[in-house]
Design a protein. Structure first.
Length: 319
């Protein structure tokens, strides 16, 4: 019998965990003849009662394990920690808010068991609950990233996926500090089947992803999987050099034939400000890549674990 590890990153999700657990137990019951399950919850430095709930669940159900970070390291770190801890033949990533329909796991498992695919992933056909601005920027991001990157990223792709052990090992072989999972999943290759579904709203709570966080995450994806912005900034520099050279020739000819009246200082000021802005923009692009390189060279840990379900069990036994 195959074993499925479910990796669930959590950050301040005390309202959603038990509902998620109950829904997943229904799936476990339906698939009990096909596969066994383990749940790997990753507490990403939550400030509410998330950790307490995970402690109780791990004591009541041996299939439930958890890792608790020393602080909030982000969802990418949570996914990586879950992958490192998972020991199943198949590994799934899911959100605890039930926006990822658990029933899709049945189809995903059957698909991978056929042996034709290495990953089965959920793709949302709608963005219900998203604001107009968020929808617009999300669509624009996927158009841009797919044009400037060699790695394909599917619009509407969710983090809800079921991987073979071989693909998980390939993902874990990528040791980079600046992680963008959707890009990493595409970079390692392997054959993926997409399952489309209608996006649903969160059962409890609200999204932890603000527009600013999503924008920063998008920049992370672009800088992690494309160097074309650097080429773009270089081309802008060349273009302005050419324009400047042409303007010098025009000014020389104009001075020789028509003299040099003192005029046009407002337009000159605008040009200086515009060119300076372009220079700062290009320096900013270079700075982004330089900062990523700087963080990589530090070789800091991507996450730090403060507590695990094993620690909790030892404390319970000693008491």
């Amino acid at each position: 019998m195959k074993k499925i590890s479910i990796v669930i990153p959590c950050y301040n999700e005390e309202e959603s965990i038990l509902s998620f657990y109950e829904e997943m137990k229904k799936i476990v019951k339906k698939m009990k003849e096909k596969a066994s399950f383990e749940f790997v919850f990753v507490d990403d430095g939550s400030e509410d009662g998330t950790l307490e709930i995970l402690r109780d669940l791990s004591l009541k159900d041996k299939s439930v394990r958890y890792l608790s970070f020393s602080r909030n390291f982000g969802k990418e770190a949570g996914i990586l920690a879950g992958f490192n801890a998972a020991c199943g033949d198949y590994v799934a990533t899911m959100d605890v808010d039930l926006q990822d329909p658990p029933y899709l796991l049945l189809e995903m498992f059957d698909t991978l068991e056929e042996g034709k695919y290495d990953c089965c992933a959920a793709k949302s056909t709608s963005r219900n609950g998203y604001s107009f601005i968020r929808k617009t920027f999300t669509k624009a991001f996927y158009k841009i990233i797919n044009k400037i990157s060699n790695v394909e990223m599917v619009d509407g792709a969710r983090d809800f996926r079921l991987f073979t052990r071989q693909m998980v090992d390939a993902i874990l072989s990528m040791k980079e500090y600046n992680r963008y999972s959707k890009g990493i999943f595409g970079f390692v290759g392997f054959k993926t089947k997409w399952i489309e579904y209608e996006n649903t709203s969160r059962v409890y709570g609200s999204s932890k992803w603000s527009f600013c966080k999503l924008f920063s995450y998008a920049i992370e994806g672009i800088t992690a999987f494309s160097t074309k912005p650097l080429i773009f900034s270089a081309l802008i520099g060349i273009l302005f050099c050419i324009i400047a050279f042409i303007m010098i020739i025009i000014i020389i000819i104009k001075t020789l034939y028509f003299g040099d009246p003192v005029s046009g200082w407002p337009s000159l000021a605008c040009i200086i400000i515009f060119v300076s802005g372009i220079q700062l923009f290009c320096i900013g692009i270079i700075g982004l890549y330089l900062s990523k390189t700087y963080l990589e060279t530090k070789q800091r840990p991507i996450y730090i674990i403060k507590e695990t379900s094993k620690d909790n069990l030892k404390i319970k036994e000693n008491s």
